[in-house]
Design a protein around this ligand. Structure first.
Ligand code: AKB
Length: 342
């Protein structure tokens, strides 16, 4: 039998976190990258990874991939985001839960077969929280991992359940077997809203943040779908990538838990608007709340307590709001729309 090629597998590779992660891992250059998505990779990433355009739910495709590649680490990023999931909740369940389940099972089987734990890195979200009303959101501003786990959206339910599935597969899978088999090494971060200069998000509910910035840079008016005071935590994309990489790299013995909050700064929509206006004085940004999408944002906490990640694996964001805006978002977004083909 031919030797299988060692590889890192990235699902949802053409999404915004996937693109940033591929760029980073390809620049580091020490592992073969195998990426998967329903969409092709954008032109600037072609050649950085062996890309398989296909469906995560296609079990034959997954079986073929593991017969050819020896996957050591999986970054499972594929998901339908919160707003998109409310439009087609059952499809969201299929992609977000069944897709994750299939991949966890595959990782578990490979782990048993090789007797070496596959590392399974899973991005979860602030959407797993469900604050019951604005007053509670105000009173309990920085939530810890185990608090308020009553999501309002299908996406939040999916993420919360998949966190639990990951813990199950890594601790109790086949617990009644005569000999307890080797289990996967499941690790998860709960991200706040992400701000990326290179990609415009689609299908999320934290999207008003990045959308405001991109619309201003394109010289287009923007109607923000939440009120000025609406507040959630955010993080710049380079920090999201470094959280995933750092969590993936620390020894298992340093981890006191498997699911960690990570965050960088908490902002109201008005604060984002003010900053965008300072950079693009002609920008036209008004608040035209969509009560239903705003209610989703209101159910997410104003901030996250990421003490556990800081203590256990030295998590600390490199980008506060000033640095994120001045050094990452603004220059990149300006270059992107001034030189759209670069
Ligand atoms: C969304 O808005 O659905 C995502 C998220 C907060 O996980 N960006």
């Amino acid at each position: 039998m031919p030797m299988r090629k060692p590889a890192i597998l990235i699902t949802g590779a053409s999404g915004e976190v996937g693109q940033a992660l591929i760029e980073h891992l390809a620049a580091a250059g020490d592992s073969r990258l195998l990426s998967m998505d329903l969409q092709p990779l954008p032109a600037r990433l072609v050649g950085m990874s062996t890309h398989v355009q296909g469906d995560l739910l296609d079990t034959h495709l997954l079986a073929r991939l593991v017969s050819e590649y020896e996957v050591d680490v999986i970054y499972h990023l594929a998901a339908l985001l919160s707003t998109r999931s409310e439009v087609t909740p059952e499809l969201a369940h299929e992609v977000n839960v069944e897709g994750t389940l299939g991949l966890l099972r595959l990782a578990a089987e490979q782990t048993q077969w090789r007797n070496r734990a596959i590392r399974f890195i899973f991005p979860s979200s602030i959407a797993v929280y469900g604050m019951p009303d604005r007053e509670s959101k105000h009173l309990y501003a920085r939530v810890r991992e185990f608090e308020w786990n009553q999501p309002r959206t299908m996406y939040g339910c999916n993420k919360l359940y998949c966190e639990m599935l990951g813990c199950y597969y890594s601790r109790h899978y086949r617990q009644l077997a005569a000999q307890q088999p080797a289990t996967i090494d499941f690790r998860c971060v709960r991200f706040p809203g992400l701000l990326s200069a290179l990609t415009v998000p689609s299908g999320g509910t934290s999207d008003y943040g990045p959308e405001m910035i991109h619309a201003a840079a394109r010289g287009e008016p923007y109607a923000c779908f939440v009120r000025a005071e609406a507040r959630i935590p955010f993080m710049a994309m380079p920090d999201a990538v470094s959280a995933l990489l750092r969590l993936a790299s620390v020894p298992r013995s340093s981890l006191s838990r498997q699911v960690y909050n990570v965050t960088a700064f908490s902002l109201s929509a008005a604060q984002i608007r003010a900053r965008v206006l300072a950079a693009f004085p002609d920008a036209q940004i008004e608040f035209v709340p969509d009560v239903k999408r705003e209610a989703i944002v209101d159910s997410w906490p104003a901030d996250l307590d990421d003490t556990a990640a800081r203590m256990d694996w030295g998590w600390a964001p490199a980008y506060d709001w000033d640095r994120a805006f001045d050094e990452s978002l603004l220059p990149t977004v300006r270059a992107r729309y001034q030189h759209p083909n670069s």
